[in-house]
Design a protein around this ligand. Structure first.
Ligand SMILES: [Zn+2]
Length: 205
C-alpha cells in the first residue's frame, strides 16, 4: 500500500465583532478570527496537511494573502483545491486528525458537527475525521487560535488499477516481441509486419 502523510499548522488572532468560523461552521462567540479569508484556522491547517502529503506546496503558494479574490473567502475553497491536488497526484484521504488550541469557546459541544462538516467537505466518512481541542495552558496565547492537522493519504485504487493495466499491456507487448524474435531466429520466419493502411489521397479533403 502506497501511503503518505502530511502535516499542517495555522494560527489566527481573535478579533472582536466578526463571525467565528472554525471547521467550516459558524460558532456563537463575541470574537472571530482575523485573516484575509474567513480565518478558518482548522480548514487552513487541514488544507496544508493535504497539500503537504503530496508535496504540492502550501496554502500560501496557491492563495497569496494579498490577492483580493480571497478577501473574506470561504476557506472550503482552499480545501477543495487541496483535494483536487491530491486527486491529481493519484491519492485519496485515509483519515485526518486535528487539534485546536484555543482558550474559548469550548469545542467539545460542536466537535461532532465540525467532524460531520469536515467529512462532507473531504468526501469521507465521519469516522475518518477527528477534531480535538486543548486550551493554551502556560502559553499566554489566549488571544490566538491555533490548529495542528495531520492527514494520511493512500494511492487511489483507480490509479493502481490504471497502473497495473498499463503494466500488463506493456508486458504482453514485450512478450510478443520476444516470441517474434525467437521465431525469426530459430525458424527463419520473418517478423510480422503491420501493413500500412492504403489511402486514396484524392479522397482526403
Ligand atoms: Zn490561516
Amino acid at each position: 500500500m502506497d501511503t503518505r502523510i502530511g502535516f499542517g499548522w495555522d494560527s489566527h488572532a481573535f478579533k472582536p465583532g466578526i463571525p467565528l468560523r472554525i471547521g467550516g461552521i459558524t460558532l456563537d462567540h463575541p470574537a472571530g478570527l482575523a485573516g484575509h479569508s474567513d480565518g478558518d484556522v482548522l480548514l487552513h491547517a487541514v488544507t496544508d496537511a493535504l497539500l503537504g502529503a503530496v508535496a504540492a506546496g502550501d496554502i500560501g503558494s496557491f492563495f497569496p494573502p494579498g490577492d483580493p479574490r480571497w478577501k473574506d473567502a470561504d476557506s472550503a475553497i482552499f480545501l477543495k483545491l487541496a483535494l483536487e491536488e491530491l486527486s491529481h497526484a493519484g491519492y485519496r484521504v485515509v483519515n485526518v486528525d486535528t487539534t485546536l488550541v484555543l482558550a474559548a469557546p469550548k469545542i467539545a459541544p460542536v466537535a461532532g458537527e465540525m467532524r460531520a462538516h469536515l467529512a462532507e467537505l473531504l468526501g469521507v466518512e465521519i469516522d475518518q475525521v477527528s477534531v480535538k481541542a486543548k486550551t493554551p495552558e502556560g502559553l499566554n496565547l489566549d488571544h490566538v487560535a491555533q490548529c495542528h492537522a495531520v492527514a494520511l493519504v493512500q494511492r487511489a485504487p483507480e490509479a493502481e488499477e490504471l497502473m497495473s493495466m498499463s503494466a500488463v499491456i506493456e508486458s504482453q507487448k514485450q512478450l510478443e516481441d520476444v516470441v517474434d524474435d525467437l521465431l525469426a531466429s530459430v525458424h527463419g520466419v520473418p517478423k510480422k509486419r503491420v501493413a500500412a493502411p492504403v489511402y486514396d489521397t484524392e479522397d482526403i479533403t
